[in-house]
Design a protein around this ligand. Sequence first.
Ligand SMILES: [Ca+2]
Ligand SMILES: [Ca+2]
Length: 496
Amino acid sequence: MKELLIILLCGMGLSSLAAKPNVLLIMSDDLNTALSGYGHVDCKTPHLDRLAVRGVQFDRAYCQFPLCGPSRASMMTGLYPYRNNVLLNFTHFRKTVPDTVTLPQLFRRNGYYTARVSKIYHMGIPVEIRKGTARDDDPESWDAAINITCAKNPGPEINWSPKKSGSQRFAAVYGTEGDSSYADGMAADRAVEMIQTLEPNKPFFLGVGFVRPHVPLIAPQKYFDLYERTSLTIPFAPEDDLDDLDDLPEVIQNDQTAEAMGITTPELHRGLLEAYYASISYMDAQVGKVLDALDEAGLTDNTIIVFASDHGYHVGDHHKFQKRHLFEECTRVPFIISVPWLKEQHGRKSMQFAELVDLYPTLVELAGLTPPESIQGTSLLPLLKDAASDDWKKQAVFTVAEGGGESLRTADWRYTQWGFGDSGCELYDLKNDPGEFTNLADNPEYKEELEIMKTALEKRRVKVGYQGAVTREHADKKKAVAAARAARAKKKPSKD
Ligand SMILES: [Ca+2]
Ligand SMILES: [Ca+2]
């Protein structure tokens, strides 16, 4: 009956108005564009590639913040970080914008059943996945929420970053058991169960969060076996790449360099690449299980499927690893949207600029809901109808980071400044230097271009919500930590 209705609607030329479509939002964690469908030379992601075949793959999609918490808060509230003031991993948007209506909450208010499995909002990985908690979740978003609890010591481990200890080290875990013994397999199983037991005829918004390839890089051994470690390609970076960033602040001179992490040989580097790719292929296979369950339940024809990562990731580009930076590899994300009834564009790649903050207005428009007026971002529907649409107006993407990092990327240039403009800057000519290796900020020949980009960035930041001292206050980590400590101390019962 539902299929008939869609056919009728399509026949009536109302193809974008399918009655109450369902939404399946699949998130990955710390995944850059290492997908075979994005042309990656080594990594294998057959299931995400098959999703892209029935949707539009956004090849120029960018996060708003290269860190889990603020990026996810921006995407789920439809607000740029300067508007919702979530500029630190541990700031919760209910504290800064208490009355905001999140994306799933809006669907919930419109009669949808909304649920999540595992990490959709910020969660500390691996700590919370071991405890089975989701401290920064938003109960108002969901009718049901499932946390995953997995083993603390899941299997034999190699640390490929020997100088880095602690939970964020590059630990690879070579799982001796099957998919369902580890976090993402558990999440897929629970998502499949949920799909199989959905109430008929009630539309749903289901968020399925996978935590790989966030470290520790855990995957069953069979996914490591997909790769020939010794032949993996190490990302190219000129030896002196970091020299032109000497006078920039600590956030980019931090402990995430190859040297500081001890990733100093090709063997160590390839060991972590293999583990990163193995954990991506493992996550990819779990995506496949969820897609199959949707097919088997007969729900695919009326379900919008979105796949996104919360931010990009360095695996040795610029001699750097992990996140928090504002280079291309760290800000660009895989982003696929499948709308079953917009078939004409299926399998196409859009080269137009998209931002994760655009997801909220896109899904709202596709479902025919009315968004809150405060929503930022731009509906991607024109690109879902024509991936190359000339009418698309977004000519630049804007990402902010810790340390007052701000970056504006246009088709030809990337301009990044730190300390909100007080602590140095970077300028890259993407036409001639797509790898962003030569910082032109101090080159007098590019003074004019630098001024143009700086002005454009400062205009954009005001447009998306920058409020000077107020914004700086929300970004001040030291003050926030001190305030949190003081609040905790206040809560403790007095000794006398
Ligand atoms: Ca993340
Ligand atoms: Ca450089």
